[in-house]
Design a protein around this ligand. Structure first.
Ligand code: DQA
Length: 148
């Protein structure tokens, strides 16, 4: 059974109340519950984590090696700054999809660059919580095709 880990970075624990005009009204718990249900419907296990700390996110990425078959990651503001997260993703060599709720290309210039995207299979941004569901579907299709 494919195992997918979903990692969310800083401030995403505040979804639902955090700038809902930008990030939407869904809570992280609601997004995660939907992903777990989608996973069950496709005979996959989905495990979700959130941390406000860069090192903890790196620990999770490292732990995923040997435990997960793929990753969905929204590094939040670390997207734009963290070589450490990019290095960890490259090091574990698992297929990963980076997700952003907002369309980074409609936002401030400093948000238009991702340090981690190059270590990922693909990036989905601007589709709100739906982006995570699309990422899960794409990752499971990718694994089903026997790709890494
Ligand atoms: C975000 C975009 C980042 O720029 C921001 O710092 C976030 C959320 C998104 O999902 O749109 O915290 O990753």
């Amino acid at each position: 059974m494919p195992v997918i880990w979903v990692l969310n970075g800083p401030n995403l624990n505040l979804l639902g109340t955090r700038q809902p005009e930008l990030y939407g009204a869904m809570t992280l718990g609601e997004i995660e519950a939907q992903l777990c249900a989608d996973g069950r419907a496709r005979d996959a296990e989905v495990r979700c984590f959130q941390s406000n700390h860069e090192g903890v996110i790196v620990d999770r990425i490292q732990e995923a090696h040997g435990r997960a078959h793929g990753l969905i990651i929204n590094p939040a503001a670390y997207t734009h700054t963290s070589l450490v997260i990019a290095d960890a993703l490259a090091a574990v060599d698992l297929p990963a999809i980076e997700v952003h709720l907002t369309n980074l290309f409609r936002r401030e210039p400093e948000r238009q660059r991702s340090r981690s995207a190059a270590a990922c299979l693909g990036v989905i941004c601007g589709l709100g919580g739906q982006g995570y569901r699309l990422a899960l579907a794409a990752l499971l299709d990718h694994l089903k095709e026997g790709k890494r």
